[in-house]
Ligand binder design. Structure first.
Ligand code: UDP
Ligand code: MG
Length: 331
């Protein structure tokens, strides 16, 4: 990490564009017109205070509001590069677009709504200096969320970490500092179904968690409703677990064993006590239960197959419609 004498700092912005930055900030933004200018400002202020050469990569994830022009206005006076995606590809892909273009020796991912206090950047840099390749923020508390969301999150991470070989920490945020080697490793992964929190864990490297308190969103509303979170959850589960595929073998064996025992019991009963009027409610229950179990297992197969289908099609995760920077890098 280079440090510059205070008087050399702000005038160095143009010069910075010719050099490899110490830090690239990747900011995914979807309809963040009321936040993005302030976010860029705060990042620049903080990076200059810490004496870093920096670039800010705003990924406009198909916003329908003025996010792009607002960010563009900032690019004339600060080292800002804006990648406008051709439509809304989702946060995971927006992050990947930013990571692929980032040139810095380290990359910081940050939400555009300033929920994650930038004051932690200094701590992150300190841990990087200690030799950590990844420094990531974890939520210290979740009491601002509804009990239902908390319960779902807990269940999701419990299922996700069931029998997996990589531990995926439950409260980790996308807010993190990653060394160039980690970013290169992430960019080298070929998969299209991106569940970033799983991939961060999968690539490994020396990691350090720092607990943070989230601030309320600065402006606008959360872009993740139940449906989007649910889809993300399914992507996460199907990309990082295989047990839902295998569990049906065990369930099938249990059900089969149960029916054999039940069959034996019926034979024995018939021999001992003779036939009686068979209760067909038992039959209906057994058939509908098995029907349900079969439908669920076909659904699970379908989810995994859909994943395979997306990968086989080999479409890119995102398309960049415009790559804007006022002072394109010379190197
Ligand atoms: N985001 C994005 N594409 C999307 C949804 C969200 O780039 O399809 C960005 C959003 O602009 C923000 C970040 O992802 O910078 C986190 O989104 P949000 O704050 O809505 O999520 P929450 O904090 O409620 O989990
Ligand atoms: Mg947010």
């Amino acid at each position: 990490m280079k440090h510059y004498p205070a008087k050399l700092q702000p005038s160095g912005i143009t010069a910075q564009l010719h050099q490899i930055p110490d830090l690239s900030f990747v900011v995914p933004a979807f309809n963040e017109q009321d936040n993005i200018a302030e976010t860029i400002d705060r990042i620049a202020t903080e990076a200059l205070r810490l004496g870093c050469l920096f670039e800010i990569i705003v990924v406009d994830d198909g916003s329908t509001d003025a996010t792009f022009p607002v960010a563009k206005a900032q690019a004339d006076r600060l080292p800002v590069r804006i990648l406008r995606l051709s439509r809304n590809f989702g946060k995971e892909h927006a992050i990947m677009a930013g990571l692929e273009k980032a040139a810095g020796a380290a990359v910081v991912i940050l939400d555009a709504d300033l929920q994650e206090p930038l004051a932690h950047l200094e701590t992150m840099l300190a841990h990087r200096a200690e030799g950590f390749d990844v420094v990531y923020a974890t939520r210290a508390r979740r009491d601002d969320e509804s009990w239902r969301k908390r319960a779902f999150t807990r269940l999701f991470y419990a299922l996700l970490n069931l029998g997996g070989d990589v531990e995926i920490p439950p409260d980790a945020r996308d807010f993190r500092l990653m060394d160039r080697r980690v970013v290169d490793a992430l960019c080298a992964l070929p998969e299209r179904n991106r569940f970033m929190k799983g991939l961060y864990g999968w690539v490994g490297f020396r990691s350090k968690a720092i607990p943070i308190h989230l601030e309320p969103r600065r402006a606008g509303t959360s872009k993740f409703g139940f449906h989007k979170l649910f889809r993300l959850g399914v992507t996460g589960l199907t990309s990082f677990t295989a047990w839902p595929l295998r569990v049906w073998t065990s369930i099938g064996m249990l059900v089969a064993a149960g029916s054999i025992l039940y069959g034996l019991w019926i034979i024995a009963r018939t021999i001992l006590f003779g036939t009686e009027v068979p209760g067909w409610s038992t039959l209906v229950v057994a058939i509908s239960l098995l029907g349900g179990v079969q439908l669920i297992s076909i659904g699970v197969l379908g989810e995994y197959l859909a994943r395979v289908f997306t990968e086989v099609k080999g479409r890119p995760g995102f398309i960049i419609a415009e790559d804007y920077s006022a002072n394109p890098r010379q190197t």
